[in-house]
Design a binder for this molecule. Sequence first.
Ligand SMILES: [Mg+2]
Length: 330
Amino acid sequence: MIVTKNEIKSMIYGLAVGDAMGVPVEFTSRAKLEKEPVKEMLGNGSYPDIPHGVWSDDTSMTLCLMESMARTGKLDFADIMNNFVQWEEGDAFNATGVTFDIGRTCNAAIQRFVKGADPLACGGKTEGDNGNGALMRISPMALWLAVHPGADMDESMEMVHQVASLTHAHPRSKMACGIYVLILLYVIQGRALKDAVRTGLNHGIDFYSKKPAYKKEVQKYTRMCMDSFASLPASKIKSGGYVVDTLEAAVWCILNTDNYRDCILKAVNLGEDTDTVAAVAGAVAGLAYGYDSIPKGWIDNSKYKNRSLKGKEWLDNICEKFSVAIVAKE
Ligand SMILES: [Mg+2]
């Protein structure tokens, strides 16, 4: 498959802008957002010291993975973990040089690595380790697999599972990542967005149903595959940090909108884990609708410069390095 430079930028900006739109209202209840919905890029909300346009761990950890793949030309698990360490220490991969919003399971995994554990043994393995911390940073694996697929489906998915398990090693988290990467791959392949989502979900369920290690988890993901899923009312969609809820919420927002802006506003205004739901939906929406579909004012606010997206040099540099490394076409 061919991946273009523009697709890489569209996906990463789609994710980062969604993340930054959600940060100021992270943990805010849906009831409050129904009264005062987010419509534009805000700042200084849930994190009083964080200004407008700052993306968080979702984007930072995505960039850590991309930068490592671009520089090493392979999946080097220790190298990816080293990038996570640099990020957590506040030295790199941050929009403004400040690390904030680190998930519990991610932090525990990074600490295990620092203490000398093998990178593939660092991720949390318990049922309680099924937050959305691997899902939120896995999207570059779709770009990678589009160009460097495994010998077969098993091998491709195993690569996704390994990258997921650096922080989240429970089958439920790995499965969320696998399904999500399949959706992105169908978008890259050129399918219409909603068709790509449904095909990715069904392909994923079909694949995991045949794997003994995942069979038990499949039922967690069947509701989002039902034809009636998109017509569920928002009250039936949870938007907290549990990986299944996050994937469902992102899919639901994608299926119920037809442009990037509406998709992100729907995701953010569901409340709770706003930045991650918007980041997960945003990568898919950005890739499908394209960079130019992202509201200009959210990236470069011409009226209020300080409300523009921050850390664009990180996004641009890593997208450029990655596109050269994976031989993307213009
Ligand atoms: Mg975050």
